[in-house]
Design a protein around this ligand. Sequence first.
Ligand code: BES
Ligand code: MN
Ligand code: ZN
Length: 502
Amino acid sequence: MLDIAFAKAVLPKSGVVVVPLTEDAELAGLAAGLDKALDGRLAQALKAADFTGKKGQSVNLPGPGAGLKRVLVLGLGKKDALNPRSAEEFGGSAQLALVKEESAVILADTLDAALAAHIGLGARLRAYTFDKYRTTQKEDEKPKLSALKIILKDAGLATADYAKLAAVADGVELTRNLVTEPANVLYPEEFAIRTEALKKLGLKVEIFDKKALEKLGFGSMLSVSQGSAREARLVVMQWFGASGPSPNGKKGRKLKEPIAFIGKGVTFDTGGISIKPAAGMEDMKWDMAGAGTVTGLMAALAGRGAKVDAVGLIGLVENMPSGTATRPGDVVKSYSGQTIEILNTDAEGRLVLADVLYYAQERFAPKYMVDLATLTGAIIVSLGQEHAGLFSNDDGLSEKLLAAGKATGENLWRMPLVPVGESYDKNLNSPIADVQNIGSGKGAGSITAAQFLQRFVNGKPWAHLDIAGVAWTSKDGPTTPKGATAFGVRLLDRLVADNFEG
Ligand code: BES
Ligand code: MN
Ligand code: ZN
């Protein structure tokens, strides 16, 4: 793991030094001192390279003198456009440029402590790897960078800021680990067992097995797992951050107006009897990203001691075809009491969420509910990988989510949602049950799915994030190596921090 530390601003006399420079910025502070120690060769090199400080620009000086191994100048972009997100992107690009070094020092004496802390976060997020199944990886293929020191005047302040961000990074890493695991390793029971590790952060974790879910009446969710040899699980994770200290061991405590986060956890989605084509089916191991994100988010909130009452609920199932699988045309009874005609067994995520959403609002009376789900391929057609789809019955909640998206770079785009009984919703009326699980019209697949969910939120304030296009990526991003992104952990942590703490 990459160790990030902050220390006071003293020019290093050896090793690798990184100089962040904004556009048109003169060499100032330690950078000016460095240039002097190098007899002006730093300024000369920047001039020769036409370095202007634009994002992504870099000038590399190997063996520059003054006892140093290497000086790397990296562009920070426009000074007045500096913000936590651009600092993170800088940290990510520094990590990438330095992977072959063992350690490096970043001169951050011209930046404030908060930006320095976010540089650390970006580097840490970009350094993520998942190698547990590689047995033949050679030493020189592994990233070497293990320590990054960021130096500035307010090192103490930056250390305190970073401690909170590191808890969020821990949550992101937990999510990435869960989401990346293959489905033969991470099936519902195993996923549930892994959530028990969150107890040590002060969360209350409850696991409902198949028998308990049958007793509750989760007929919709259980119809998805009935074809699989792996049994379903529901996990409920409670964080009493506003209403008092750790609840472990204390019975009868109740969350006060919590924010509820609900995740789709299909550990593998074959489509069931409405089976998917073979090409690309391996991607459906990611179909539990919503649940992975909710789990990492709860760890982040607890890890940084967020002053909020929150609850995470994840519905865990595997969707397989077999002699016991649900058939197209089957009718099941959901936890809400509404009956559902299942016309397509590949529209299974909504069947899971229907029961978990209804349960969440009934048991916890949350102030707001937010669900995350890799719900539809159609959202990738609409929004690609740039935005997740936001569907909500509450304008205030939508505004808060959109703002948190802008701040973290985990961007959302609001999509239509109409009241029950109107246009898009009407396509869900079944000839023989209360509702059918796919629309009878053509098109608008993501909206139809959201409309289906809306029938199970009992009119409560709620938002649905369709993360099918953003949960994993096939190309490296500034703070996200290719693979699981953990999209939503930082977004929803920010939603909480900006709106629901104090
Ligand atoms: N898990 C899929 C959605 C998905 C597709 C996520 C591609 C990520 C990438 C979901 O369960 C699904 O199969 N949805 C169907 C719905 C359809 C049957 C109405 C879809 O999108 O095709
Ligand atoms: Mn499906
Ligand atoms: Zn699915």
